[in-house]
Design a protein around this ligand. Structure first.
Ligand SMILES: [Zn+2]
Ligand SMILES: [Zn+2]
Length: 352
């Protein structure tokens, strides 16, 4: 079969490799589409892979073409999205159902062969079924959609509350949609790109604020129900500016959740940190997207809402598409990350 194989640092090429074999408890999937995640970029461009050669890709979907012995609940012909975590299931965190916190985990597409290939074999438990009409490209976006939902569910109810989402990349856009579905009173989006602000408005935000402009936080807070700030604040970017903005937007006793993962050092000024004291807001982090029973309601909700069309995977989410043969060109785009405005998709041969 064809696969985009990472042979070494910066050396990703389409190659012919043996098709993986179905084992008991696993399913074989013909992959339609596989997204490139921000976490894949250092694996390819900065020597960050766990081993070579490896087939990366954990944001993918396709059709089941074979099921192993003992598999129930997934059948040939099902359209499935991959929930890539392989938790150990025996550690204390796994026993509590906090699979995202497992420290002895495997991961499809970084520690195991992934979805940038025509076929992939994975445990049936990791195959999340959705409607046949859901395009593979859409189902390949389930993982980032679950990451946004996990943060929101961890942070607590948003119903009837003023919600701020800081950073309107893929995760931020998904957080806005979940906040809408879960009944937020008013959703304010924050970004420094006009294009992303407009997109946020199209995807369900009630207002969008440019964080480059002075006084944006005070003005936005002035429009909340109690005119004192947002009860729920989500950082979907993980950089110093967005985390600081989140602190400014929080109301007294607010709940602030950091979903974004920092890729550079983050420092807090004394006055920013003091906001945490003065407002007595609760600050939480969020990691991946799993809960019990595995893979969790994050995944069943995304599959249900995508199948019914209530959760919208707008075409604008996908920035560019490449066939497997051009995987190297797809990763080259990330040499200048500011050029990448949305998800880069690899089309893997199955129905996209
Ligand atoms: Zn990812
Ligand atoms: Zn574990």
């Amino acid at each position: 079969m064809k696969a985009a194989v990472l042979f070494g640092d910066c050396d990703i090429r389409c190659a012919d490799i043996p098709e993986p074999e179905t084992r008991p408890g696993t399913v074989k999937v013909r992959v339609g589409a596989c997204g490139i995640c921000g976490s894949d970029v250092p694996r390819v461009l900065r020597g960050g892979a766990h081993f070579y050669p490896i087939v990366l890709g954990h944001e993918f979907a396709g059709d089941v073409v074979e099921v192993g012995a003992g598999v129930e609940g997934v059948a040939v012909g099902d359209r499935v999205s991959c929930a890539p975590l392989l938790p150990c299931r025996v550690c204390a965190d796994c026993q509590r159902g906090n699979f995202s916190l497992c420290r002895h985990y495997g991961f499809i597409g970084s520690r195991e062969q992934g979805g940038m290939a025509e076929y992939v074999v994975m445990p049936a438990a990791n195959a999340v079924r959705c409607g046949r009409d859901v395009p593979c490209e859409t189902a390949a976006l389930f993982e980032p959609a679950t990451v946004a939902l996990h943060g929101i569910l961890l942070n607590g109810p948003v119903e009837g509350l003023d919600v701020a989402v800081v950073g309107c990349g893929t995760i931020g856009i998904f957080a806005i949609q979940w906040a809408r579905i879960l009944g937020a009173r008013r959703i304010a989006a924050f970004d420094l790109s006009k294009e992303r602000m407009d997109f946020a408005m199209r995807m369900g935000a009630d207002e969008a604020w440019n964080t480059r402009e002075d006084g944006f936080a005070e003005q936005a807070c002035g429009r909340t129900a109690v005119a004192a700030g947002f009860s729920c604040v989500f950082d979907a970017s993980g950089c110093e500016a967005t985390i600081n903005a989140a602190f400014r937007l929080a109301a007294n006793r607010a709940r602030v959740c950091i979903i974004g993962t920092p890729t550079r050092e983050v420092a807090f000024s004394m006055s920013a940190w003091e906001l945490l004291n003065r407002k007595e807001f609760r600050l939480t982090g969020s990691w991946m997207s799993y809960s019990a029973p595995f893979p969790g309601r994050e995944w069943s909700m995304v599959a249900d809402y995508a199948t019914s069309g209530r959760f919208v995977f707008d075409d604008h989410l996908v920035f560019k598409r490449f066939p497997l043969e051009e995987a190297d060109r797809a990763f080259d785009l990330f040499r200048d990350p500011s050029q990448v405005r949305g998800k880069v998709m690899l089309l893997c041969g199955g129905e996209a």
